[in-house]
Design a protein around this ligand. Sequence first.
Ligand code: A3P
Length: 295
Amino acid sequence: TDRMDSLSRPELFDFHGVSLTHYFTDNWDNIQNFQARPDDILIATYPKAGSTWVSYILDLLYFDQTSPECQKSVPIYASVPILEVTFPSLQPGTDMVDNLLTSPRLIKTHLPVQFVPKSFWEQKCRIVYVARNGKDSVVSFFHFERMTMIFPEPGDWSSYLQRFMEGKMVFGSYDHVNNWWEKKQTYSNLHYMFYEDLVEDTGREIDKLCCFLGLSPSAQEKERLAGRVQFYNMKQDNVVNHSTFQGMDFKLSSFMRKGKVGDWKNHFTVAQSEEFDEDYKKKMKNPTLTFRNEI
Ligand code: A3P
């Protein structure tokens, strides 16, 4: 807690039209000039859409050593670095990526599509984008910001929800999912997937991922992987549960919090839900991108 008390919550500010905090802009030149390699794989999401889940699936698909003595202990935020971070107790994300010895390198980002360093496009890197329905995203984000001292103070739920609708969130508005969806129409090396589908049938989504990545694990390996990445197993797994991450207060919430589709119903009032739906209809005009708020 001493450590947490010394961290001050950052202010949100407008950065080229997107709300961000300094933790994601301090290293901007190095981020924009980042040199991707052709075999790099970028995992991109709006915050709280399941990026850790998909990062772990990819990490295990590529680098899992089946013998128990090779059990990994490096936390996921080091083995799949977030490109744009400059957090107090970690190296800048670009340095963490440059120091990765693996091939392919797995790189995570929450950047809106227009901010992705251009070398990813030039090198035609494979990109996995994960999207989650807006209502569950904002609930998950709210609890995450409550416990994570290097994010802005979320305030109370109803003002937080208003702020989400105004797009004043870290990494900007939920339009993120739309802009990435549109990118997919012109950039073929992008696999767009949904959190709700992963919850519904993890095995099926792993199959699709393998198909996109050109991997062919055995049925047994896939089954083992699907078990390993189930919510309750990940919650207990120190590689991914962020138990060693500086600046999270686990008395307030958990990083692996609920892992459900539809938890928004425990937070939204009927009026809030209606207002959200109205606002959503006005903003999310692309009829080809649809989400499930429940499964
Ligand atoms: P909740 O807060 O709704 O529980 P990210 O990793 O992008 O920050 O996303 C975090 C969300 O993904 C959290 O949602 C977290 O619980 C959920 N999540 C992580 N691993 C999961 C898993 N194996 N199954 C279901 N949900 C998972």
